[in-house]
Design a binder for this molecule. Structure first.
Ligand code: NDP
Length: 350
C-alpha cells in the first residue's frame, strides 16, 4: 500500500516538495488491531498547522512518517472481537491506503449513508458547525447569522443549520459561482465574494439585499438591540473579521472557529482595528475547538439525523477521484478554495 509522508516543513504555502508518496508493506493485524482498507479520506485546513512544528493544540506531523487525518474504510482483517471483516469504521489514520488501527481508535459507522458523509455533515465537520453555532454562538431562531468560507465544509453546514432554525443567513465565499450556489442551492438570504473589495462594502450591500438594517447609532441602552448581525461564525479571520465586528448588533456573538486567511502567514498578523466597537455594542467573542465538546455529540447526531431526513441539511461535498495520489493535490486545491463543501478523496476501488 501507499502513504503520504511529510518530508519537509512548508514555509508559507505548502508545495509538492514538502511530501512524498511512499510504498510500504501491508501489515497483518495483531490481537486488538484491525487492518483497514481506506475507502475515503478527508483533507482539512488544520493539517496545514500540523505540518509546521510550532506548538499548537494538534501534534505536529513527524517528518518521514505518514501524516494523519480522518478516514473511513473497510475492515479487511480483524484481530478484534465484535468488529468483523467487511465492517465499516472511521479512524484517524488517513493519508494512506491501508491502516493498522487499534480497536480503541476505530469507530464503527453505519452503511445507510455514503462513507464520505461520516467525514462531512455526520462527522467532525457537521459537529463543528453545530457546537459553534448553537453552544458557543447561542444562536436562536430568528437571529441574523453571518458566516465566512460559507461554501466550504463547515460554512455550508453552518448556513444550512441556521436556515433550518429560521434564521436570516448571509455568507461570504471566494467566487461568483460559490455566491450563486449559496443563494440558489442552499437558500442563503444573501451572499458576497470576499474577492470584491473593499470587503466591508460588499458585506454592507449583502446585508441590504437580505433586508438586514444595521444600527449605526451605538446608543444601545438597556434593552435596545439595534440592527445588524446576531452571530458571526468566523472561519477566516483577518479583514473579514474586522468587517463583521462593524455590523454586529448589540449583544451579538462572534464565534472564532478558524482563521484560514492567515494559516500560511510567516509573520504575526495584525488584529482587528475596531475592537472598541465590542465595548460599545457589548459583544462577546469566543474561540472553540470541537474536540473539547464530546458532551454535545449525542445532541448533534440527533439534530443532524433529523435535518438530513427532513432535507433541511444536505451533505455538500467535493469528492476527488483518482486514488491516494490525488490526496496531496486535493489538499492544496482546498486551501486555495477549489472546493465546494467537504473535500474528500476517494481511494482506489471506491
Ligand atoms: P473549507 O471546506 O471551508 O475549505 C477552506 C476554504 O477556505 C476554501 O474553500 C476557501 O474558500 C477558503 N479560503 C482559503 N483562503 C482564504 C482566504 N485567504 N480568505 C478567505 N477564505 C479563504 O474547510 P473547513 O470547512 O474544513 O474549515 C473551515 C474553517 O474551520 C477553517 O478555518 C478550519 O481551520 C476551521 N475548523 C475549526 C474547527 C474547530 O474545532 N475550531 C474544526 C474544523 C474546522 P473560498 O473560495 O470561499 O475562499
Amino acid at each position: 500500500g501507499r502513504e503520504w509522508h511529510l518530508v519537509r516543513r512548508p514555509v508559507g504555502s505548502p508545495g509538492d516538495g514538502d511530501v512524498r508518496l511512499v510504498e510500504v508493506e501491508v501489515p497483518d493485524p495483531g490481537p486488538g488491531e484491525l487492518l483497514v482498507r481506506n475507502t475515503v479520506m478527508s483533507v482539512e485546513p488544520y493539517m496545514r498547522g500540523r505540518m509546521s512544528d510550532r506548538p499548537s493544540y494538534a501534534e505536529p506531523y513527524a517528518l518521514d512518517a505518514p501524516m494523519g487525518g480522518l478516514a473511513v474504510g473497510e475492515v479487511v482483517a480483524s484481530g478484534v472481537e465484535g468488529i468483523p471483516v467487511g465492517g465499516r469504521v472511521r479512524h484517524e489514520l488517513g493519508w494512506r491506503e491501508y491502516a493498522l488501527v487499534p480497536a480503541e481508535a476505530a469507530e464503527p459507522v453505519g452503511d445507510d449513508l455514503p462513507a464520505s458523509a461520516h467525514l462531512g455533515v455526520l462527522g467532525l465537520t457537521g459537529m463543528t458547525a453545530h457546537v459553534g453555532l448553537l453552544k458557543v454562538g447561542r444562536c436562536r431562531p430568528g437571529d441574523t447569522v453571518l458566516v465566512s468560507a460559507a461554501a466550504g465544509a463547515v460554512g455550508a453546514a453552518v448556513g444550512q443549520i441556521a436556515k433550518a432554525m429560521g434564521c436570516t443567513v448571509i455568507g461570504s465565499a471566494g467566487s461568483a459561482d460559490k455566491v450563486r450556489f449559496l443563494t440558489e442551492e442552499l437558500g442563503f438570504d444573501a451572499a458576497f465574494s470576499h474577492r470584491d473589495t473593499p470587503v466591508r462594502e460588499a458585506l454592507a450591500a449583502a446585508l441590504d439585499r437580505a433586508g438586514v438594517g444595521v444600527d449605526r447609532g451605538f446608543t444601545g441602552g438597556e434593552g435596545a438591540r439595534g440592527g445588524g448581525v446576531d452571530v458571526y461564525f468566523d472561519n477566516v479571520g483577518g479583514e473579514q473579521l474586522e468587517a463583521a465586528i462593524r455590523v454586529m448588533r448589540t449583544s451579538g456573538r462572534i464565534v472564532l472557529c478558524g482563521a484560514i486567511s492567515v494559516y500560511n502567514a510567516t509573520e504575526p498578523v495584525p488584529g482587528p482595528r475596531n475592537l472598541l466597537l465590542m465595548i460599545w455594542r457589548r459583544l462577546r467573542m469566543e474561540g472553540f475547538l470541537v474536540t473539547d465538546h464530546e458532551e454535545e455529540r449525542a445532541a448533534f447526531e440527533r439534530d443532524m439525523a433529523r435535518w438530513l431526513r427532513d432535507g433541511a441539511v444536505r451533505n455538500v461535498e467535493t469528492a476527488v477521484p483518482g486514488g491516494i495520489e490525488a490526496a496531496w493535490p486535493a489538499f492544496l486545491a482546498m486551501l486555495r478554495g477549489g472546493n465546494v463543501g467537504k473535500t474528500v478523496v476517494r481511494l482506489a476501488g471506491t
